[in-house]
Design a protein around this ligand. Sequence first.
Ligand SMILES: *Cc1c(COP(=O)(O)O)cnc(C)c1O
Length: 383
Amino acid sequence: MSDQPVPLLDLKAQYAAIRDEVREAVDRVLESQRFILGSEVEALEREVAAYSECEHGIGVSSGTDALLIALMALDIKPGDEVITTSYSFFATAGCVTRLGARPVFVDVEPETFNIDPCGLEAALTDRTRAIIPVHLFGQMAEMGPIMDFARQHGLFVIEDAAQAIGAEYQGQRAGSIGHIACFSFFPSKNLGGIGDGGMVTTHDPELAERMRLLRGHGAKPKYYHKMVGGNFRLDAIQAAVLRVKLKYLDRWTAGRQVNAEAYQRLFREVGLAGDGDSPYPVVLPRDAGYGRHIYNQFVVRVAQRDGLMAYLKERHIGSEVYYPLPLHLQPCFAELGYREGDLANSERAASEVLALPIYPELTGDMLACVVGAVARFYDGKTV
Ligand SMILES: *Cc1c(COP(=O)(O)O)cnc(C)c1O
């Protein structure tokens, strides 16, 4: 094993393998000179909906806009409350606030980083309208108890599936369980475009129609506006490229899963992680065991996280902290009145997590290189 640079993500490696097909797809759109919505977008909508076992797919401008449109379609408005996780990308909660509603944060399960269904009851008020579970890092939230709770209390469920296309919970695909689901095609997601893009999915024809309208300023027909929407359209060029990539998605996911297994083995072999009580410096991510984990990220908890991150950076090994500050402690949410200590698992995760390279093109040597560097960092240190 020789030391070599290992980036957190290498999209050039992916592109090299599908270059001709991607260029052909882009060319097709250029020749058509139809850039907004159109047949490529419609085809992608059908394909992603089918892949995610949903009736309807509506292509939108980003994962963030997918969340915004979903909330708008459910008529979430000032005074409403939306329960969500305190540990996610900002957009999950930001969209709630943008509509004048209030995000109510529930702590996460320490081992999966997903919303803890046991926290829902305490977050419920007579203003609660919806729950947004996030399928973080590629593993679905515990949808069974979440859906039960939502049914009992008449709440909508919006799945934030931005990191989880193709993930499964007890045989059901991410996006197929809640009332609406939101996907992101940001380049670093498992299905990533050549720019921004996203999709909302649903089984409900009325919600689908509302979201379709909202995507184009609420107009139907053109210039007659039933609702106040926005420009949340997906570009044809993105759809054409995403359709090429969707064909490879299962293969790429399998590659990520193989890499995750390799990490599990390698970290144990070098004695950095284990199942016993002895204080291991690395806690490996846990597969909850209820379905397909697509490993958008491979996130470990580590001792001396910031020191390790700097050490890896010096050795040209990419890593990243998702996320350094939980949502309930973000300065922009100060008015909500949360304090440090309110959501202990999220706060602890924020100080301990580190995402390691997991993309499918990684070689066995590269994986060994990452683990070797982590081992050298802890060598001789007491943790
Ligand atoms: C990426 C992401 C989003 C937002 O998607 P964009 O396409 O970047 O707007 C929302 N939620 C989660 C959990 C994400 O990871």
